[in-house]
Unconditional design. Structure first.
Length: 323
């Protein structure tokens, strides 16, 4: 475990590109003024919950799919949690999402394009690509990064859902773990409609640290594999890193102005603690708290953590631990 005092001041191994904000503002401005979305009602026999499948056309010929649940017969517009899944995964089963309508909240869970769910990363074929998303487009400059389109998806999703007349635009929250933690932060960074964020061991941070550490965990192995089989002398390392800077979550962090609660497992060998501290230490909000779990790796945190996150998001009062 690294020295906590050093980590509390660590900002990562590269600085934010000078035109970072301009790059993202330019790409946001290219999005349509209004989105053509399909909201399809699903009858699952839920007595007090409305279920929908939401799809819309993303950038670069992508199609974005989300599962949505909203409480029936609400007295007014409802708050909404945007949930994002981990790398290579998909949105949770419908039944796993029911806890949010139980507290009067809507839940929107997006499938990341090209991974295991129903979102598609192009218009050519059905199916997924799953891996290789970090490095895809990195040789061709930041405009061609695959994750650029995923980040635009999460911004667009918030815009679409915020426009529903049964949604309270002033109470929108984002949440996720690993890739989902990263995307929950991206959502808050790009769309100021997000008013609160919970990020569990966020992915996609401090790529230079990842490369220097020779992180061979499955999610980051594609970076190692790129250099091993395409550039073993690292002649293009600066070029690749300069491009990846535009999707590095630590570089997004200064744009996050809403309150943030982050949880880090200090034994994490996938999203190593230093990379998470680089994100946390750069957050642009003063209302932030970082919770460190000494015994946890990059793994499900099913003891009290889910309840604590639920309390933060839904303003419930679940007892954390036995008193």
């Amino acid at each position: 475990m690294q020295d906590i005092q050093q980590l509390e001041h660590y900002l990562g191994r590269r600085e934010v590109p000078a035109d970072f904000d301009e790059f993202w503002e330019r790409n946001l401005q290219k999005l349509p003024a209004s989105f053509q979305a399909n909201l399809i009602s699903k009858d699952f026999g839920f007595k007090n919950v409305n279920a929908y499948e939401l799809t819309f056309a993303g950038t670069n010929h992508g199609t974005v799919y989300s599962r949505c649940l909203f409480p029936k017969d609400s007295a007014g517009p409802v708050p909404v949690v945007f949930y994002f899944h981990g790398y290579m995964g998909q949105s949770p089963d419908w039944s796993e999402l029911l806890k949010y309508p139980a507290s009067g909240y809507g839940i929107v869970a997006m499938d990341v394009r090209g991974q295991s769910g129903y979102s598609q990363d192009n218009a050519s074929f059905n199916g997924n690509t799953v891996l290789g998303h970090i490095i895809r487009g990195a040789e061709d400059g930041p405009e061609n990064l695959f994750y650029k389109h995923i980040y635009l998806d999460v911004y667009s999703l918030v815009e679409i859902v915020a426009g529903f007349d049964f949604v309270d635009e002033d109470r929108l929250y984002s949440y996720g773990g690993s890739q989902g933690g990263a995307l929950s932060l991206v959502t808050a960074a790009l769309n100021p409609k997000i008013k609160f964020n919970v990020a569990i061991y966020p992915f996609l941070g401090d790529f230079k640290y990842v490369i220097d550490s020779h992180n061979e965990s499955e999610p980051y192995m594609e970076l190692i594999r790129y250099f091993k089989f395409h550039d073993p002398f690292h002649k293009k390392e600066e070029q690749i890193l300069r491009t990846l800077d535009y999707i590095d979550i630590k570089n997004m962090a200064h744009r996050v102005k809403c309150p943030v609660r982050m949880i880090t497992g200090m034994m994490d060998e996938v999203c190593m603690p230093a990379t998470q501290f680089a994100i946390y230490n750069r957050l642009g909000t003063a209302d932030k708290q970082h919770f460190l779990l000494p015994e946890y790796e990059h793994e499900p945190m099913n003891v009290h953590v889910d309840d604590q996150a639920y309390n933060w998001l839904c303003h419930t009062k679940i007892q954390i631990g036995k008193e």
